[in-house]
Design a protein around this ligand. Structure first.
Ligand SMILES: [Zn+2]
Length: 140
């Protein structure tokens, strides 16, 4: 299982939506698992602020990927910008992967924490944009 915030391996931290009755299946999700109390807290505060609505993480994931570019460039620059990837030693490839994954995870966590600090109006705007996007599909 992967942490719902940062995608690290989840370690027994969970969440349920206390706003919903015990009989409501939406109260629980097997995807609401976390690697740490920090991620669990960020998610929990986000759910409180948004009134229990999930915010589509895809924009956040795209931004997290973009946040990897600078550390990736720094690392490649540090070991020789002109070297082809095929000439990298295994340790250098693993370090490259670690640089990217660490930057991605940190961005996802910090962004969850930042959004959790935002106010109600912000969530209503995000959620209405999300439902507009969902309703532009083929109407079956
Ligand atoms: Zn996490």
């Amino acid at each position: 299982m992967k942490c719902a915030v940062c995608s690290r391996t989840a370690k027994g931290f969970g969440y349920f939506n206390p706003r919903l009755p015990r009989s409501d299946p939406r109260r629980y999700s097997d995807r609401w698992v976390f690697c740490s109390m920090r991620c669990q807290n960020a998610f929990s505060r986000l759910m409180e602020k948004s009134g229990g609505h999930m915010i589509d993480p895809s924009d956040m994931e795209l931004a997290a990927m973009a946040s990897c570019l600078a550390p990736l460039g720094d690392y490649v620059g540090s070991i020789g910008m002109q070297r082809p990837l095929a000439d990298y030693r295994k340790e250098e490839v693993l370090m490259l992967v670690e640089v990217v994954v660490t930057a991605y995870q940190e961005h996802m966590l910090v962004e969850h924490e930042r959004i959790a600090e935002k106010d109600r109006a912000f969530f209503e705007e995000r959620l209405s944009r999300q439902s507009q996007r969902a309703s532009t599909g083929v109407p079956f």
